[in-house]
Design a protein around this ligand. Sequence first.
Ligand SMILES: [Zn+2]
Length: 137
Amino acid sequence: MVGKRLPRCRNCGCTFRADVYNRHHQQWCSRPECRRERDRARKRRHRRGRMAREPGFRESERRRCREAMRRLRSRRKRVGSAPAAAILPSVPADQLLAGLVSQLADTTDPGVVAEVMGRYAERGRLLAVAPRIRGSP
Ligand SMILES: [Zn+2]
């Protein structure tokens, strides 16, 4: 087989060893993304042919797409017009922080939560005033 040129894939451009019995037809390699692209191309070609040949199919597709776009637009409109307050409940910040610390510390003991919050506050204070040293990240 030395000297024979291997076919190139239409999708990725790599050379591949074609099936012995299908060499004259095969234009795609067997990589999964190339097989997917080959199937997409085949479906596009099939659909385009049906759209050109069959008026009934063309009309039903037009109706289906119009309906799908109408649903999509109304869904977007609904999501876009919903106020943020309806999605995120408004809660007092101190309660939210205590709940978060309680969850992080895995405790419901108010004393432990207060102690952990104190440590976090101290850590935050240190971070806020940390001097920038040349050469440090
Ligand atoms: Zn390929």
